[in-house]
Design a protein around this ligand. Structure first.
Ligand code: SDX
Length: 435
């Protein structure tokens, strides 16, 4: 028995076994229970993975009690203040901040791969104009593998790298195409003379009759700064539901485009990335500050399925540092793009009210990244049904980083959880006449 092991006794049989403690650079150590079934004839049961580490990863670290978020060791507050989304994508994918030459090369390669195959554009015509953009994102991202089947040898590091680059490069183009299809506007191609965020906004809003980017390539700097910031904040977040989905799909050897499409599907849920869209709908339903107590009461009512969207988090039991940064950015964006829509004031009042309420204090429910992000997207004229698509653009950098990390590790095994069976014990077939 040592300090680096945990002893477990099966009191039903009296069997005792020791299991190694795995410790990371920082954070909670984990008991390696891979041989638990063999040693003690039992499984662990943790359906929401409340106490389960699914993998080892060097990409992102969260300390939920202290409200700490590190990308490759760099605090999110510093990256938000000093970096750009493309640089953060490089950091997540490669493990280090790029030199000036590395960043220029990375940007060039992203621009080079930002177009989508012309045949892919036809896919959008199969969707009704009112299809939710996330349904188009899932379908089109998953279909990318049909265009790159000559570079899908997942044992080839260069095939893995180019697949990851293609997805980071093309996801804004696909996202903007979803929007253009939904409003019946002509598709806008990415340009080699624009940056990542500038290209996206141009592909979203440029019209034959009115160019979004003027002849000097000018786009309002507040818009680009806010978009870079939101993409940085949403780029990665350890083993959240959608990243875990990408990892589980990847464990079967499925191609990366299919794995990321699975991640997009998981992100869509209102308990996850769909929350940013749900926050706006909730604020619209609340409408005025005087109705806040009514909705706080609903959120606390166990018999009411209503939850305060944009509040609570599985890991953060303190402020989500991303919410704090986003709230500050709201002030800057709304100062630049004033709106008579009282959303932000309502959100601030709702946050203030909730944080004083015993229920939210006792359950450590704080605003999460989704609480304020939608207010900024709305101020930037991004339509609400595109909010989760914005999350996809940013999180693709995190998903492909985890995918590359996982696929580069030797001895990968398929993820195949067990269960507690609660169905019928064995029984004989009953012919229809006897039922
Ligand atoms: C994201 O995992 C990640 O990292 C995700 C993410 C990322 O970057 O990838 O951070 C992005 O998904 C942020 C979360 C966005 N979702 C929402 O804002 C939806 C609203 N929040 C909840 O659905 C909830 O808080 C979750 C899903 C975020 C977390 O769920 P948990 O960890 O399973 O918490 P829980 O449901 O066990 O809640 C604990 C208690 C419960 O009460 P009891 O059963 O203990 O009495 O808190 C209550 C819950 O009912 N609770 C809420 C609440 N969130 C939790 N009550 C009212 N409103 C809420 N929002």
């Amino acid at each position: 028995m040592t300090k680096d092991t945990v002893t477990i006794t099966n009191n039903a049989t009296g069997e005792v076994a020791e299991f190694a403690l795995s410790r990371g650079t920082v954070g909670i150590p984990a008991v390696d229970i891979g041989t638990l079934n063999k040693e003690l004839g039992v499984f662990t049961f943790d359906p929401g993975f409340m106490s389960t580490a699914s993998c080892k990863s060097a990409i992102t670290y969260i300390d939920g009690d202290k409200g700490v978020l590190l990308y490759r060791g760099y605090p999110i507050e510093q990256l938000a203040a000093k970096s750009s989304f493309v640089e953060v994508a490089y950091l997540l994918m490669n493990g280090e901040l790029p030199t000036e030459f590395e960043l220029l090369s990375f940007k060039d390669e992203i621009r080079h791969h930002s177009m989508i195959h012309e045949a892919l554009r036809v896919f959008f015509n199969g969707f009704h104009y009112d299809a939710h953009p996330m349904s188009m994102m899932v379908g089109v991202m998953g279909s990318l593998s049909a265009f790159y089947h000559s570079e899908l040898d997942m044992n080839d590091p260069e095939h893995r790298r180019i697949s990851a680059m293609r997805m980071v490069a093309k996801v804004p183009t696909i996202a903007a195409a979803c929007y253009r299809h939904s409003v019946g506007w002509p598709f806008v191609y990415p340009r080699l003379d624009l940056g990542y965020c500038e290209n996206f906004m141009n592909m979203m809003f440029s019209l034959p009759s009115q160019k979004y980017v003027d002849k000097n390539n000018y786009i309002d700097p507040v818009t680009i700064k806010a978009l870079n910031l939101l993409f940085i904040l949403h780029a990665d977040h350890e083993q959240n539901a959608s990243t875990s989905t990408v990892r589980l799909a990847s464990s079967t050897g499925a191609n990366p485009y299919a794995c990321v499409a699975a991640g997009i599907s998981a992100l869509w849920g209102p308990a996850h990335g769909g929350a940013n869209e749900a926050v706006l709908a909730m604020l619209a339903e609340i409408g005025t500050v005087d109705r806040i107590p009514e909705f706080i009461a609903k959120a606390k009512d166990k018999n009411d399925p209503f939850r305060l969207m944009g509040f609570g988090h599985r890991v953060y039991k303190n402020f989500d540092p991303r919410a704090t940064i986003t709230r500050e950015t709201c002030h800057e964006v709304l100062a630049k793009f004033p709106s008579d829509d009282p959303l932000f004031e309502l959100a601030l009042a709702l946050e203030e009210y909730a944080l004083k309420d015993e229920y939210f204090i006792e359950k450590k429910l704080y605003p999460n990244v989704d609480f304020y992000s939608g207010i900024i997207y709305k101020a930037l004229k991004i339509p609400e049904d595109m909010f989760t698509v914005m999350f996809v653009i940013a999180r693709t950098a995190g998903w492909v980083s985890h995918w590359m990390e996982m696929m580069s590790e030797p001895g990968q095994r398929i993820g195949r959880p067990r269960q507690i069976y609660t169905g019928n014990d064995v029984r004989d077939y009953v012919v229809e006449s006897d039922r």
